[in-house]
Ligand binder design. Structure first.
Ligand code: AMP
Length: 310
């Protein structure tokens, strides 16, 4: 496995493998089993697999966790090596942003994809994401890039960017990998140390799966009731059942969108996706669920930690 740190080394690596298909998996490191499923997918789809590890300052707001974001590079390299990855690109900020972050050409995703959900709570976040991803694409020249469905809004924005900028890259969406409890794996889960925080971390998936099972079993969300109203009730009941209050966990958003357009909807149907973001202390967790799931996600069963009788 090659460790590449400069743009020149990447270009040379691409040239050495010019007749082969290359898959890129952009990450911020602190690799967990969720990332590893992306690596597996990439290996199935391309001859050569490259992982990029870069904690991108451009996508963090001033009061976010850029400084404390975990950076266990040695562990990450070992994981990539044992997965049979061909190269890791681990550039410095100076390598990607030699003139700093302020005088930079940036990619501006369309407003209808960024004016809601994480884009609303984290102004500038998706400009930072789209800009760094486009730079990584230009530097590494992949045929395929794998992104997790866990970051659903990010995935949609990257898919749109590839279409709008006519990039010759296939975006492969990967299902969300979860712990047995249903908690979506995330590098930020390591911030949650106390028992109370770990209990609170069960809330997002519990809320999503209750909303989903309500649509399946009662069909009542689909028919007439306002999603917003039911969502609020499910949120409150989940907190009550887990004996948690808003001192431990706060809701940033709980919304439904049409997956085809990412427009917000209030009546769910088979195209709907429900997305949630909450904060436990300073730790922000996001998750989402499709109302009708496809492929491997369909069959997976997770423990539902609480019963909820909305
Ligand atoms: P990150 O390192 O958090 O920027 O994530 C790198 C890639 O891994 C992104 O495409 C994420 O959507 C994806 N990812 C993160 N967590 C998961 C998960 N639990 N399941 C599947 N993909 C994930």
């Amino acid at each position: 496995m090659k460790l590449l740190t400069t743009i020149e080394e990447c270009r040379q690596f691409r040239e050495e493998h010019s007749g082969k298909t290359l898959a890129l998996i952009p990450t911020m490191g602190a690799l967990h089993d969720g990332h590893l499923t992306l690596l597996e997918q990439a290996k199935e789809k391309a001859d050569v697999v490259m992982v990029s590890i870069f904690v991108n300052p451009l996508q963090f707001g001033p009061n976010e966790d850029f400084e404390r974001y975990p950076r266990p590079l040695e562990d990450d390299l070992e994981k990539c090596q044992s997965m049979g990855i061909n190269a890791v690109f681990n550039p410095s900020s100076e390598q990607l942003y030699p003139n700093g972050q302020h005088s930079l050409t940036q990619i501006m995703p369309p407003a209808h994809l960024t004016d809601k959900l994480c884009g609303k709570s984290r102004p500038g976040h998706f400009v930072g994401v789209a800009t760094v991803v486009q730079k990584l694409f230009a530097i590494t020249q992949p045929d395929i890039a794998v992104f997790g469905k866990k970051d659903a809004q990010q995935l949609k924005i990257i898919e749109q960017m590839v279409i709008d900028l006519n990039l010759p890259i296939t975006i492969v969406p990967a299902p969300t990998a979860r712990a047995a409890s249903g908690l979506a794996l995330s590098s930020r889960n390591d911030y949650l140390r106390t028992e109370l925080e770990q209990k609170a971390a069960l809330v997002p998936f519990t809320v999503l799966s209750h909303i989903k099972s309500l649509t399946e079993q009662q069909n009542n969300l689909k028919q007439s009731k306002s999603f917003k109203k039911i969502a609020q009730q499910v949120w409150q009941q989940t907190l009550d059942t887990l004996k948690l209050d808003e001192k431990t966990i706060t809701l940033d958003y709980l919304e439904a969108v049409d997956t085809r357009t990412f427009n917000t909807v209030d009546i769910l149907d088979e195209y709907s996706k429900v997305l949630i973001a909450c904060k436990i202390g300073k730790t922000r967790l996001i998750d989402n669920i499709d109302i009708i799931e496809t492929g491997s996600e369909k069959t997976k069963q997770h423990t539902q930690p609480v019963a909820c009788a909305v």
